[in-house]
Design a protein. Structure first.
Length: 392
């Protein structure tokens, strides 16, 4: 990792302005899943233990560039206070004279949570004036919001124009170490698994990974487009006509690395309790659709994963939201969980949710907290929120 982290700077007696990802699911004003808040605790706790006052900023949801009670961060502040076991002062604004005076009165060990950064339209515009008003609040900038690092917003990038040092928190560091390590220095065999609904979202990821991996397993809805490219008929399965040529090109260029399912679980309709049956991939009847990989594919994939030293997985193998069509996804999670001495990395929002549901999350080396950010990273793009930080 070539960026400075909080361990590289002296934070004692300083005000640390920390971008976190408290974009948590909420229902009736309560946080229903506090994983993102817990993921930020090591950084917050480290700063407090080392004599800093901590000013936290985050976005929540998609407010329409103006304050909206539904997207206030109060509940996140309450939950954070419980988890930290110390008071957290939630302010009702993000910038302005009242925020500034509250912040200037802070003592080491104090924690302030600013209001939702996206209540200001200047946040997403990366407005220099707004960035500067945020920057004035801190003496050190820390970014620990990997999930927002692919956005050049005021709180993720603009602040660093006037506030240095600018360093990574532990969560951001871990993300870059795992994802970056897989891309730049993977243990071999390096196998990638791609799935999910659409191939068009992920063509750049597939292309970038194909140049680095020893094998790429394709499942999920995106496999259908490859089947069509091979000349199979897939009934009424999800297919992206406009991506068939790309699939053909990839098969021609990387045929030896691309590994496709050999059988699939099909259904006559897209429903949780639809009739399910298993057929070889070249025998999908008209009127049926592929909703999961089949048992022979699971065995085939498990065989290719055997002995792998690095595995990157993005995209479920089937419609795992329906238990009847979740078997392929959960079976692959189990194969990964049982690999010996392998680094296993899960990227993508739905993939992370599927692995959590499988109960095997603890067995993975790293589950990325950033859906879109992890995909952009795997495409080989430079994330603006990372680029903005101080080099080591
Ligand atoms: P991630 O968020 O991990 O990047 P995606 O968003 O690309 O993953 O894809 C997840 C979605 O793909 C899930 O909602 C799942 O139901 C859907 N999916 C997987 N396989 C199929 C399939 N064969 N047909 C239709 N949808 C599928
Ligand atoms: Mg998704």
């Amino acid at each position: 990792m070539n960026k400075k982290t909080i361990k590289d700077v002296d934070v004692n007696g300083k005000r640390a302005l920390v971008r976190v990802d408290f974009n948590v699911p909420m229902e009736n004003g309560e946080v229903t899943d506090d994983r993102r808040i817990r993921a930020a605790l090591p950084t917050i706790q480290y700063l407090l233990d080392h004599g800093a006052a901590v000013i936290l900023m985050s976005h929540l949801g998609r407010p329409k560039d103006a304050p909206d009670p539904k997207y206030q961060l109060d509940a996140a502040g309450v939950r954070l206070s419980e988890l930290l076991g110390r008071p957290v002062t939630k302010l009702n604004d993000t910038i302005g004279p009242e925020v500034k005076s509250a912040v200037m009165a802070m003592k080491p060990g104090d924690v302030i949570l600013l209001e939702n950064t996206r209540f200001y339209k200047q946040e997403k515009k990366n407005d220099p004036g707004f960035s500067e008003q945020l920057a004035e609040l801190g003496e050190v900038y820390v970014n620990d919001a990997f999930g927002s690092a692919h956005r050049a917003h005021a709180s993720t990038a603009g602040v660093t124009d006037t506030l240095r040092p600018a360093v990574a928190g532990f969560l951001l560091e871990k993300e870059i170490e795992y994802l970056g390590g897989a891309l730049s220095n993977p243990g071999h065999p390096f196998i990638a698994i791609m799935g999910g609904a659409k191939i068009s979202d992920k063509i750049s990821v597939i292309e970038n990974l194909l140049s680095k991996v020893d094998g790429l397993l394709i499942g999920g809805g995106m496999a259908n487009t490859f089947f069509v490219a091979q000349g199979h008929s897939v009934g009424k399965s999800l297919v992206e006509e406009e991506a068939i040529d790309t699939a053909k090109k990839l098969l021609a260029e990387y045929g030896d690395k691309l590994i496709l399912p050999v059988d699939c679980t099909i259904a006559p309709e897209f429903k949780a309790d639809a009739e399910a049956k298993v057929v070889p991939v070249d025998e999908v009847p008209d009127g049926w659709m592929i909703l999961d990989i089949g048992p022979a594919s699971i065995a085939h994939f498990a065989n290719r994963l055997n002995g792998a030293k690095t595995v990157v997985w993005n995209g479920p193998m089937g419609v795992f939201e329906f238990p009847r069509f979740a078997e392929g996804t959960f079976a692959i999670a189990k194969v990964l969980a049982e690999l010996d001495g392998a680094t296993t990395i899960i990227g993508g929002g739905d993939s992370a949710a599927a692995v959590e549901q499988s109960g095997l999350a603890e067995k993975m080396s790293h589950i990325s907290t950033g859906g879109g950010a992890s995909l952009e990273f795997l495409e080989g793009k430079v994330l603006p929120g990372v680029a903005a930080l101080d080099d080591k």
